[in-house]
Design a protein around this ligand. Structure first.
Ligand code: ADP
Ligand code: ADP
Ligand code: ZN
Length: 214
């Protein structure tokens, strides 16, 4: 099964993708994570992407399309993939269709997580992850069972993303509404779109996604 998780920053794409990885053996392909790894490694791509990401704008379509096309060729995508953060523009959605066709791959569902803008700001500003294993947390909505200790790996070090601040979130939400939301009708037309209420609790959202995937 190959799917896209679509939704604004903070909608819960990463949280749900991680659960699908554990539960179904699918693999999360997060373009945001790939870009942050490139920035941390100081690669040419990272250098080109850093400023754009810090400002809350989108990295160029050409770079993103090349990145995801290469990633889809790796063997670990054979058990099913979850695109998280791609496509984000009409040009990316069109390029994805072409590359899937060329690679002989099929897209099963596009699952849109719908969340109010006001809730998104709170989600993004309170988001943090374990520095060691990457498990996601939230100051209010998803605290570790023992304060300051990762549930999964026991690490006591956590990190926050440079772009998860109130100012950048506003630009990122604007970019979502202006550049990404227009791809929703594109997937509606080909019958692949499923919309889930992303305002529900994390477990409930997981149940709804599982019901779609069957
Ligand atoms: P979020 O999880 O908050 O939706 P991401 O981690 O997916 O954010 O992306 C972080 C940043 O990386 C974006 O604000 C954008 O600058 C860049 N980025 C990620 N994916 C794409 C993409 N498909 N096209 C353009 N820019 C992207
Ligand atoms: P995205 O990948 O779409 O940007 P995340 O999965 O990183 O979003 O979620 C953003 C923040 O909101 C995280 O801190 C996460 O713990 C929290 N979160 C995710 N889903 C929910 C939910 N349904 N209700 C409340 N908080 C949530
Ligand atoms: Zn951890």
């Amino acid at each position: 099964m190959n799917i896209i998780l679509l939704g604004p920053p903070g909608a819960g794409k990463g949280t749900q993708a991680k659960r699908l990885e554990t539960g179904r053996g699918m693999i999360q392909l997060s373009t945001g994570d790939m870009l942050r790894a490139a920035v941390a490694a100081g690669t040419e791509l990272g250098k080109q992407a850093k400023e754009v990401m810090d400002s809350g704008n989108l990295v160029s379509d050409d770079l993103m399309i090349g990145l995801i096309s290469e990633r889809l060729d790796q063997d670990d995508t054979k058990g099913g993939f979850i695109l998280d953060g791609f496509p984000r523009t009409t040009a990316q959605a069109e390029a994805l269709d072409v590359m899937l066709e060329q690679k002989g791959l099929e897209l099963d569902y596009v699952i849109e997580l719908r969340v109010d803008d006001a809730a998104l700001v709170r989600r993004v500003v309170g988001r943090y992850t374990c520095a060691k294993c990457g498990q996601g947390y939230h100051d209010e909505f998803q605290k570790p069972k023992v304060e300051g200790v990762c549930d999964v790996c026991g690490s006591t070090e956590f990190k926050r993303r440079a772009d998860d601040n109130a100012e950048t979130v506003t630009s990122r939400l604007e970019a979502y509404h202006r550049q990404t939301a227009p791809i929703i009708p594109y997937y509606e037309n080909d019958g692949k779109l499923k919309t889930v209420d992303g305002m529900a609790e994390i477990d409930e959202v997981t149940r709804e996604i599982e019901a779609i995937l069957g």
